[in-house]
Ligand binder design. Structure first.
Ligand code: FAD
Ligand code: SAM
Length: 636
């Protein structure tokens, strides 16, 4: 469903007002004071988050983000010892503000709140696309998971455990959907031992609903002119569905995009990481000069469409975060054009643009002439235009992720096997020596992951798909000014070299460059332009270079991310109460296929969140779609 941004107005006294709901965004007596009294005070915060590893707040109705900002400010004001290490704020919003409106409405709060907080929130404000957006502040210690969509459907897709809940829709009489049975039931599913809730509303139907869902409520003195407000505690004792493990030492096999992104995300949560690679950093599939980042839309916004959109936004966020940390990655948001194959596909692509209603920076349609302008070459068709997309140098991305992680990298160390130890896992080399030991191990070793996962490899149907890029000197060879895609891709020149590709040969593990695949790549890009006088090199031209890599591909072309499922007879099967047993301390982050640049940081953030027992950066259905459990009982 396309997102409709908020239409705004203000009352005579300047309080933000939503004409659609005929209600104000917050008490006229002051938003921050209301937040402190009703939401922080009503959940006994900040006292309750003291010395916790992480603390999770779930809110209905993000609005102007003033509850979030007040909560973040309260966290920031406290000494380290008195606050949680990481504060998670998960909030759902159906009608988000446009970035300019948010900036304008938050301007009066600079002063009451540190300007840096307001600026950071407005700077990171996401493109208004349906789905889960994760924003990081305070070097990743304050994490906002902003879910754009309808509360009833989206909260049911949140996984994990809420410590505190802020109920903050417009008034129940004017905005019943956000206080509905379904919303309360979904919130109850996120609740357990110790979960509390508060709201300014004392609506009778809401009280009955909350009670029926498992919350014992009490009336408390309200804020300003409101006599009363509601606080509640979840009555059942219910353990966390995935409690997480405290940060320790993690062993990661593989120093490509999967391994370095995993190390970076785990280290952000306090893990010390050791990466072991049989070759060198980015020496495998992640060693190309340039690859493309862009989502893959579909008219029905299917799993791949939503996952690639999440991966795309997450990659843009990580590239921005790395830059802010002084670790800029070589990349360019030059835009990506995906040309239509034929008229039928052109129609389908335009239909997808209209149906999805995504922001222009994320997806638009360009007719042939406009597309040619963007490409700087005469292209043969119109196509999708991803204005925020571009090319990334994956090996540089790996290098910056590694630096950000502070991980130790052991190069030229082949891991022959993994052995369970009394405290975790050990990596053993071909001589039988233990080269590294840690509490957990993450398989990020691409096509070799199934071998190393024995006897738990059933859930890892990874095969190798050979791919060769072709790198041309531009000029004299032509190069577009934005990335061009159809059956392959072609990047603008970077340091005088333009990359195109890539061949795709399943189960071929040969790593030699082939003239036939250069010819295939060149034919693909020539088919995208009508420039007949361009100076195209021959496929066997001695100046043509390229790189061959083996993509780790899975039958459903989706990644494999999560804890490994155990076999029925496995000696070390977890005794956890989750539906099916998993192998303690053994995780995988792989199966990225042809989209590793796009998926790496999203999948790493998911895995690190799962390991820590934190809210996940994706809705449940997408988490399930990439869980290795999906293959645990299938035959191949
Ligand atoms: C030609 C080509 C073009 C591509 N274009 C794009 C693109 O445009 N956009 C995009 O998003 N993606 C693209 N991809 C896909 C992307 O590059 C891959 O999905 C990604 O690199 C996979 O990363 P990885 O870390 O899983 O694997 P790798 O980078 O292969 O890393 C795995 C590492 O594990 C190590 N290893 C394996 N076994 C062991 C062992 N037993 N002990 C120790 N170390 C071990 C290897 O040495 C290797 O360094 C392309 C891939 C190719 C090949
Ligand atoms: C009172 S305002 C929230 C104020 C906000 N908590 C703050 O701190 O600024 C209520 C918000 O709920 C959102 N909302 C209303 N109905 C919704 C629904 N069904 N699903 C999700 N969000 C909804 C509105 O768009 C609005 O932004």
């Amino acid at each position: 469903m396309p997102i409709t941004p908020a239409t705004l107005s203000q009352t005579d006294d300047g309080t933000p007002y939503a004409p659609v709901y005929n209600d104000v965004y917050h008490s006229r007596a002051g938003a921050l004071a209301q937040a402190r009294h009703v939401f922080l005070g009503g959940n006994d915060l900040p006292a309750r988050w003291a010395s916790r590893d992480h603390f999770v707040i779930v809110e209905t109705g993000f609005g102007l983000g003033l509850n979030f900002l007040a909560t973040w400010f309260a966290w920031r004001e406290q000494p380290e010892a008195a606050r949680c290490r990481r504060l998670h704020f998960v909030s759902v919003e159906k009608h988000p503000l446009r970035q300019d409106d948010l900036k304008r409405l938050l301007t009066p709060y600079r002063g009451e709140l540190p300007a840096a907080l307001v600026e950071a929130l407005t700077r990171q404000w996401p493109m208004l696309a349906e789905g889960t957006h994760r924003l990081e502040f305070e070097q990743g210690r304050v994490i906002l998971t902003l879910i754009l969509g309808e509360a009833e459907t989206t909260i049911a897709q949140v996984s994990g455990r809420a410590d505190a809940i802020y109920l903050d829709g417009f008034s129940p009489a004017k905005n019943p959907a956000i206080w509905s049975d379904a919303v309360c039931e979904a919130l109850a599913k996120l609740s357990g031992t110790g979960t509390t809730l508060s709201t300014w509303s004392v609506n009778g139907a809401l009280r009955r609903r909350l009670h029926a869902c498992g919350f014992d409520w009490t009336l408390q003195p309200g804020f300003a002119q409101k006599r009363e407000m509601l606080t509640a505690a979840f009555r059942e004792r219910r353990p966390h569905p995935y409690p997480g493990i405290s940060a320790g030492h993690a062993l990661i096999i593989g120093a490509g995009l999967a391994g370095t992104a995993t190390a970076e995300r785990l280290s952000a949560r306090g893990w010390r990481c050791t990466i072991v690679d049989s070759g060198r950093l980015a020496g495998g599939a992640s060693g190309n000069q340039a690859g493309v980042i862009r989502p893959l839309p579909s008219v029905d916004d299917n799993i791949l469409s939503r996952l690639t959109r999440a991966g795309f936004l997450s990659t843009l966020h990580r590239l921005q975060q790395l830059e802010e940390q002084g670790l800029p990655v070589q990349w360019d948001a030059c835009g990506v054009l995906h040309l239509a194959r034929d008229d039928a596909q052109a129609m389908a692509m335009q239909q997808a643009v209209a149906t999805l209603g995504l922001p222009n920076r994320l997806l638009t349609w360009l007719a042939q002439d406009a597309a040619s302008d963007k490409a700087g070459l005469s292209v043969t068709a119109g196509g999708w235009w991803f204005a925020a997309g571009g090319w990334v140098n994956p090996s540089d991305y790996c290098a910056q992720l590694l630096k950000a992680s502070g991980a130790t990298l052991l190069e030229h160390t082949y891991v022959e096997s993994l052995q369970p130890t009394t405290t975790g896992w050990a990596a053993v080399d071909t001589q039988g020596r233990r080269v590294a030991e840690a509490e957990i191990v993450v398989l990020a070793n691409a096509t070799d992951a199934p071998r190393l996962a024995e006897p738990y490899s059933q859930a890892l149907p990874i095969r190798a798909a050979r791919g060769q890029t072709t790198v041309m000197t531009s000029p004299p060879a032509p190069a577009p000014t934005s990335v061009l895609c159809r059956n392959g891709y072609w990047t603008p020149a970077m340091d005088g070299l333009s990359t195109c590709g890539a061949s795709f040969v399943v189960d071929d593990t040969n790593l030699e460059l082939r003239a036939a695949e250069h010819a295939e790549n060149l034919a693909t890009i020539r088919g995208m332009v009508s420039d007949t006088d361009a100076n195209w090199p021959e496929a066997d031209h001695p100046d043509l270079t390229g790189k061959v890599g083996l993509r780790p591909v899975v039958p459903d072309r989706l990644p494999l991310v999560g804890q490994l499922p155990a076999n029925e007879n496995a000696a070390v099967a977890s005794r956890s109460r989750t539906a099916r047993a998993r192998v303690p301390g053994l995780y995988v982050n792989s199966g990225f296929g042809a989209r590793g640049i796009l998926f790496a940081t999203l999948c790493a953030e998911l895995l690190a969140s799962q390991i820590a027992g934190e809210p996940l950066p994706l809705p449940k259905d997408l988490v399930r779609a990439i869980d290795p459990m999906r293959y645990a009982h299938k035959k191949f």
